[in-house]
Write a protein that binds this ligand. Structure first.
Ligand code: ADP
Length: 438
């Protein structure tokens, strides 16, 4: 409820109470004096006193009745307003109490779930199993992990994607937000407010976009390879050699087709990932050796930077080396690209909190604080529109995050505008390595 509404609703109670107190005080003080003056006989005086008492009780009862009526109708009006607001919501909204019972649900809830009013179970766990609610990858969702249950433990769950199946067999993609309702400081939540949105259509469009990206990237690969092939051929086989200017043109043609190949490759990977077609071929290997390989390759790319490598002992992981190499190349690429003034690029490999951690640190332009929140989102470019914009598609970090997460690891960064960034990722240590450590 807005502050303005709160001020007007319900109307103040103090006014009739003050009027009542003043009138009652005057009545008590003056009525006896008047009765004593006007009534002579004792029997009449008693009668007047009885009448006076009745009048007082009657007036008090009428006032109480009026106040109660006024407050109940205010309550009823507020409840009707609250109901109408719930019902006018396009999203499904329901409330779950601390015992896991659904205590309130709007019409949109029934519509989204394809249920009749008498078909909605009171128990949230029953509802989850009835609608076969599961995670986007199809794995089951334990009732204790349901957004409403987590909200009842005090967590705010934001836009969690899940799948559900209506009783008629229709599959829906839903986005669930659940918040705890705490009525007093230090208390555990009494209720969870759950808002569910149907995002099936959105998902269908996203899938169409990814299919399109995947097809476009596939189709572009062949002509680009052909262009590059012929550019190389012409560069080498030009009868009688070529002018220096032509040589430069062929070099540019070569470089740009390499860049195009890389962009197309990134697009292809992103769409593959979205379509769930990115498979991992994992095996045990020493992470430092791979990092050092990529490090040696990348240090040849830029002469303006000073590359520093540091490793604390061998670190074994169980991962897909090609995919991890992709992550490394992307982090190195970015470190070079976003420190155009040169400087140190420091790479370290080691073990932190029982995880194999690789960090790539640059001393470049860093990332403005207000643009750091969405950094791993697909197509997000933190420097877009700024003078420091270096171009790019904004997919490298998203891809890196997805690859690392697919390995069960995590990726993070620290950055300060104008001072540089450190990107790190951590993977679980390979089993044998874990056992070998104390
Ligand atoms: P791209 O570099 O192609 O734009 P990425 O997904 O690799 O895409 O990076 C996303 C954004 O994150 C970049 O556009 C850039 O704004 C920011 N970024 C990434 N790495 C760094 C870095 N080392 N220093 C500063 N900004 C970075």
């Amino acid at each position: 409820m807005t502050t303005a509404l709160k001020a007007r609703w319900p109307p103040p109670l103090w006014r009739p109470v003050v009027v009542y107190a003043v009138v009652a005080a005057l009545w008590i003080m003056l009525s006896d004096v008047l009765a004593a003056v006007g009534v002579r006989s004792v029997s009449h005086f008693i009668l007047v006193e009885i009448l006076k008492g009745w009048l007082f009780v009657a007036a008090t009862s009428v006032l109480l009745y009026a106040l109660i009526r006024r407050d109940t109708s205010a309550l009823r009006r507020s409840e009707a307003l609250h109901r109408a607001s719930l019902e006018s919501m396009a999203d499904a909204l329901f409330l779950v109490d601390a015992q896991g019972r659904i205590v309130e649900a709007n019409q949109a809830t029934l519509k989204l779930m394809g249920l009749r009013a008498d078909g909605l179970p009171t128990d949230i766990c029953q509802l989850l199993s009835m609608l076969y609610v599961r995670r986007p990858d199809g794995s089951p969702l334990a009732c204790s992990e349901a957004p409403s249950r987590r909200a009842l433990r005090g967590e705010t769950v934001r836009e969690e994607e899940l799948l559900l199946q209506r009783p008629n067999g229709e599959q829906l993609h839903i986005s669930v937000t659940a918040s705890p309702v705490i009525t007093g400081a230090g208390r555990s939540p009494d209720l969870a407010v759950v808002v569910v949105r149907d995002v099936t259509e959105l998902k269908r469009l996203e899938r169409m976009r990814d299919e399109f990206l995947s097809t476009a990237a596939h189709e572009l690969r062949t002509p680009i390879t052909t262009i590059k092939g012929y550019a190389q051929l012409l560069d080498r086989w030009m009868p009688g050699g070529h002018e220096p200017r032509e040589g430069k043109a062929f070099q540019i043609l070569n470089r740009q087709s390499d860049r195009l190949t890389q962009l197309v490759q990134e697009l292809l990977e992103v769409s593959r990932l979205q379509l769930g077609r990115l498979a991992l071929r994992r095996h045990r290997f020493e992470l430092g050796t791979l990092v050092k390989d990529v490090f040696e390759r990348m240090r040849g790319v830029s002469s303006e930077h000073h590359f520093v490598f540091h490793q604390d002992g061998a670190v074994f992981v169980d991962a897909d080396p090609d995919r991890i190499e992709q992550v490394l190349v992307n982090l190195f690429d970015n470190a070079i690209k976003y420190s155009p003034g040169g400087g140190d690029i420091e790479v370290s490999v080691g073990v932190q909190d029982a995880m194999a951690v690789v960090s790539v640190r640059d001393h470049g332009m860093g990332i403005p604080r207000e643009r750091q929140g969405q950094l791993f989102e697909r197509f997000y470019r933190a420097h877009e529109g700024l003078a420091s914009d270096r171009g790019g598609m904004g997919v490298g970090l998203h891809l890196s995050e997805q690859i690392v997460q697919k390995h069960g690891g995590r990726i993070w960064f620290e950055s300060e505008e104008g001072r540089g960034s450190t990107f790190s990722f951590g993977l679980a240590l390979a089993q044998v390595e874990q056992e070998a450590r104390p």
